[in-house]
Design a protein around this ligand. Structure first.
Ligand code: GLU
Length: 421
């Protein structure tokens, strides 16, 4: 029974559906609305044959979920991960819809994934896999249909290969097909650091609301890849004490503060650095260490009803997708620990992806200052909306964010004549 419960708790699609249902009921919408949005409108599963360097052909599984396109083309990253699975990709696509909804972006959500272990693959193998994926899903994607981007263990080089493959298939140049590209291929200034900057902006607002000045805050960042690494760097630069970090293999904690520049210099391209230390603790142990702000910036489902009682911080900012389960949020709520939800906190990535796509469509490129100013403005406005909804309905910011997102999608679907509510 307990195992079954844990399994459900760890299934992000069930998690997505449960909170969605709650949000829809609070808004007074009918069951029809829930039935419409609970599953993605389209889901594709593909086989990708890749000739490995050894000469052997290996078959990889790939997925693309498109949650809903009422508000515009679908949008979302592609992750390369050994544990990626259909339910995870579907939930992540739903969360992308909500992220676009709360920020008023003219998109619906999507997500893709390939089951692979990129740490054990050569650059040539990764290139063949990336190109193979685009060939497999090419009918479904495109600059006005579904626009991919980076996600866990994918980066601007992988986006460049994918763009090149797509351009070959379509026989024209279409930079707006994918975002998170290198600058010379039509990428945007500020895209690489966008997710961590967005997290930082929400952290700033929250610390102001809680009357906890940034200087002197003790922060734990779980994850040291693109998001966690940049975040630790910016926090350190601002004089905030980063007391703990974690990578996929372990974690280190020092209440006096860690030497972040030293750690960043030594991490490998997958964000691994803890192997260099003797006093390594586990990721689970790190999450329970004392701090002011806990920022899970790695995988989903790490704060559950099993450990929520022992979390030792003043507030949480969800930089990863789905790191805190709904049961955990309830427990944290009762303990007075607020959670800035992922849908808002990590939406800086897709916001600047949207800016990149606008720049591609215009063929006119913005400065980093303009990008960051517009990002900050958008996240601030979305934060205030969610906060107001949370106060008005007396619900957590997580549920309020779902309510904000789903109301936009419901309105668009109703106007298109797809549903009544
Ligand atoms: N993968 C990122 C996310 O989960 C970015 C998506 C995008 O830029 O489209 O939000």
């Amino acid at each position: 029974m307990k195992d079954q419960k844990l399994k459900e708790e760890k299934n992000p699609q069930l998690e997505f559906q449960a909170i969605l249902k709650q949000a829809i009921e609070l808004l007074g919408y009918s069951d029809e609305v829930f039935e419409f949005f609970r599953e993605p409108m389209r889901f594709l599963e593909v086989s990708i044959p890749v000739k490995m360097d050894s000469g052997v052909t290996q078959i990889f599984r790939g997925y693309r979920a498109q949650h809903n396109d009422a508000c515009g083309p679908t949008k979302g990253g592609i992750r390369f991960h050994p544990e990626v699975n259909p339910d995870e990709v579907k939930a992540l696509a739903g969360w992308m819809s909500l992220k676009c909804g709360v920020n008023g972006l003219p998109y619906g959500g999507a997500k893709g994934g390939i089951v692979c272990e990129p740490r054990n693959m050569s650059m040539n193998e990764l290139e063949r896999l990336s190109r193979g994926y685009v060939r497999a899903v090419s009918q479904l994607v495109g600059p006005t249909k579904d626009i991919p981007a980076p996600d866990m263990y994918t980066n601007s080089q992988i986006m460049a290969w994918m763009l090149d493959e797509y351009d070959h298939i379509r026989e024209f140049d279409s930079p707006g097909f994918i975002t998170g590209k290198p600058l010379v291929l039509g990428g945007s200034e500020g895209r690489e650091t966008a997710t961590s900057k967005g997290v930082l902006y929400t952290l700033e607002i929250m610390s102001e609301l809680k009357n906890m000045p940034l200087e002197g805050l003790k922060v734990i960042v779980q994850g040291f890849g693109n998001v966690g690494g940049y975040l630790a760097h910016f926090l350190h630069e601002m004089g905030v004490k980063v007391v703990g970090i974690a990578d996929a293999l372990g974690a280190i904690y020092d209440p006096e503060g860690l030497d972040i520049p030293y750690l960043l210099e030594r991490r490998d391209s997958f964000g691994i650095v803890t192997g260099l230390f003797d006093n390594v603790i586990t990721n689970e142990e790190l999450l329970e260490k004392e701090c002011d702000v806990l920022i899970p910036a790695a995988i989903g489902g790490v704060i559950t009803e099993e450990n929520a009682d022992r979390i030792n911080c003043k507030f949480i900012v969800e930089a990863a997708n789905g790191p805190t389960t709904k049961e955990a949020i309830q427990i944290l709520d009762q303990r007075g620990i607020s959670v800035v939800p992922d849908i808002l906190a990590n939406s800086g990535g897709v916001i600047v992806s949207y800016f990149e796509w606008c720049q591609n469509n215009q063929g006119f490129y913005w400065t980093k200052e303009v990008v960051e100013e517009r990002l900050k403005e958008k996240i601030h406005a979305s934060f205030l909306n969610i906060q107001q909804t949370s106060e008005r309905f007396g619900v957590s910011m997580k549920i309020a964010a779902y309510m904000e997102g789903i109301s936009k999608m419901t309105e668009a679907s109703r106007l298109r004549g797809w549903i009544n509510f």
